[in-house]
Design a binder for this molecule. Structure first.
Ligand code: NDP
Length: 451
């Protein structure tokens, strides 16, 4: 089938899965050149097979809230592709979770995991459960109920979940504890565990740190660095917090952070003390980012409005942009504004934060643009290192894991550029990432036969 035929087929089959279709279309746009060089991939129907999940599990999750009322949510696991290793990908707890969101994330995960050089297949899961305004006990009961079903579908050589939006250290602890209790075994079936009970050093930091390592390599291609650069960051969760931390290490000046209600702009820069405040606010008190301006009065808070046709955070003049909140948070208008403001780099911390229109505007400008499947792969890479440590029964210290992470991010950066150049699109990180990962997975599928 031609690209268009594959897309038309998927549109007809999954008409309401807009995010999923968006993610597939982006990859298909890059791999036509590969199919021309490898006609056998077409006869083996690699694209058609890659875009059909190997397995989707959906299940009821019943739990009791603090008022002794029964609550019912839906849980999911999308096991997308296991050609190069056991399924691996995070769990997202957010009211917007549905088949489309999880299939897009699982599809992206196949390519991201292939880029890390580790033997990990692609998956994603989660629930439409909203952790906001829930007590710790409610979170624990929900996680226990969720794992009561999920446990039968995962295992350390089958499928190893991790965190994502709404699933942090607290949730991973409850999920792991429940699995251990049900199975009576202490195995590494989930990553992002606490460092004293099977977790890896640097795992909480890995996605944000890896993102900034990658962006530094992008700037190096222009003989430049993050030193003194003003940086826009969206989000204030796991990825955003550690991106800010690493920007500070590199001498950059982070000036924004956000949550789903609005964003803060601190013209003096978010320094280490202010970052510690954000961490406590978001991870400990679970408060809203608006509170930052009550303590640091030089900063300005802007609430998001549903009427906005774009995100006003991206209007602020800066050198670098790191969207670290959620999908489609940078649209064409935002991209145009950033190009006008002479942005140097946009590196994605979140998964698919730029719309296709935003990507093409950035790519046809002087802005260096790189996709999340390459730039945020540090998280799953260190998860892969956590799995290795669990299997070997060893602990690697911060320096060892951080060095590994640095090497992996540098290799991903370089392979994206190398492959993009080989395929006639020098400097196109998106194409390089898609093609490298696609060929790797396609070769594995070819070797393993029609299954
Ligand atoms: P967290 O839950 O820790 O933080 C998410 C942040 O984004 C919060 O500030 C949240 O605000 C904000 N946010 C979430 N949804 C929306 C929305 N619809 N509109 C505006 N803001 C929103 O998640 P992570 O930091 O872990 O994940 C952020 C992104 O990075 C996601 O795209 C995730 O898939 C991706 N990612 C994460 C990895 C990881 O290791 N954690 C690895 C690779 C990618 P609020 O508190 O109001 O909800």
């Amino acid at each position: 089938m031609s690209n268009n035929e594959v897309l038309d087929f998927l549109r007809a089959k999954n008409p309401y899965e807009l995010e999923y279709l968006q993610a597939v279309e982006e990859v298909i746009g890059s791999v036509r050149k590969v199919l021309d060089r490898h006609p056998e991939y077409e006869s083996l129907k690699i694209l058609e097979r890659l875009t059909e999940p190997e397995r989707i599990i959906s299940f009821r999750v019943c739990w009791m809230d603090d008022n002794n009322e029964v609550q019912v949510n839906r849980g999911y696991r999308v096991q997308m592709n296991s050609a190069i290793g056991p399924y691996k990908g995070g769990l997202r707890f957010h009211p917007s979770v549905n088949y489309s969101i999880l299939k897009f994330l699982a599809f992206e995960q196949i390519f991201k995991n292939a880029l890390t050089s580790l033997p990990l297949g692609g998956a994603k899961g989660g629930s439409d459960f909203d952790p906001k305004n829930k007590s710790d006990n409610e979170i624990m009961r929900f996680c226990q109920a969720f794992m009561l079903e999920l446990y039968r579908h995962i295992g350390d050589f089958t499928d190893i979940p991790a965190g994502d939006i709404g699933v942090g250290a607290r949730e991973i602890g409850y999920l792991f504890g429940t699995y251990k209790k049900i199975k009576n075994e202490f195995t590494g079936i989930i990553t992002g565990k606490g460092e004293y009970w099977g977790g890896s050093a640097i795992r909480p930091e890995a996605t944000g740190y890896g993102l900034i390592y990658f962006a530094s390599h992008m700037l190096e291609t222009k003989d430049d660095s993050l030193e003194g650069k003003k940086c826009l960051i969206s989000g204030s969760g796991n990825v955003a917090q550690y991106a800010i931390e690493k920007i500070l290490d590199k001498g950059g000046v982070p000036i924004t952070a956000s949550d789903s209600n609005g964003f803060i702009y601190d013209p003096d820069g978010i320094d280490r003390e202010k970052l510690a405040y954000i961490k406590k606010l978001k991870n400990g008190d679970r408060g809203r980012i608006k509170k930052y301006t009550e303590v640091y009065t030089e900063a300005k808070y802007t609430a998001y409005s549903h009427d906005d046709d774009h995100n006003p955070l991206w209007k602020i003049e800066a050198d670098c942009a790191f969207p670290c909140a959620t999908q489609n948070e940078v649209n064409a208008l935002d991209a145009q504004t950033m190009v006008k403001n002479k942005l140097l780099v946009l590196a994605e911390g979140a998964n698919m934060p730029c719309t296709p229109e935003a990507i093409s505007i950035l790519q046809s400008s002087a802005v260096l643009y790189a996709p999340g499947k390459a730039t945020n792969a540090g998280g799953v890479a260190v998860s892969g290192l956590e799995i290795t440590q669990n299997r070997m029964g060893v602990y690697w210290n911060r320096e060892q894991v951080d060095n590994n992470l640095k090497h992996i991010m540098k290799d991903i950066h370089n392979v994206c550029l190398k492959v993009a150049a080989e395929y006639g699109s020098p400097g196109n990180y998106l194409e390089g990432a898609n093609i490298f990962a696609f060929v790797k997975v396609a070769e594995a599928m070819k070797a393993q036969g029609i299954i």
